[in-house]
Design a binder for this molecule. Sequence first.
Ligand SMILES: [Zn+2]
Length: 116
Amino acid sequence: MFTEALVSRNAGGHVKLDEVLILDDFLGLREIMVVQHTDCGATHFDIPKFHQTLKRRVSEDLDLENNNFGFISDLKESVRKEVHLMRQSPLMRQEIKDHIFGFIFDIKTGLLEQVA
Ligand SMILES: [Zn+2]
């Protein structure tokens, strides 16, 4: 049996809830896999430096303290957060909430580790 998979890629593998809801409405999703990967650029981001760049560009008064722009400091925690975001949303169908899983793709070994 073959199953179609729709792949939505973005920087850092962060879930766009609006996009998931719309795709579910159009296509009737059955399962969702959140996959982030080792050595992701989002884990190498220098947030304080980026904040300084934006402040220089816009204004030193910018309050960026609570905006990490998708930086990932802990991959497992990040995947679990994305899965949790969908599972706790009142906008997601219950049937799909029970079929949301989170993985880390190891780019060196090619293996997927389920973490949520
Ligand atoms: Zn990446």
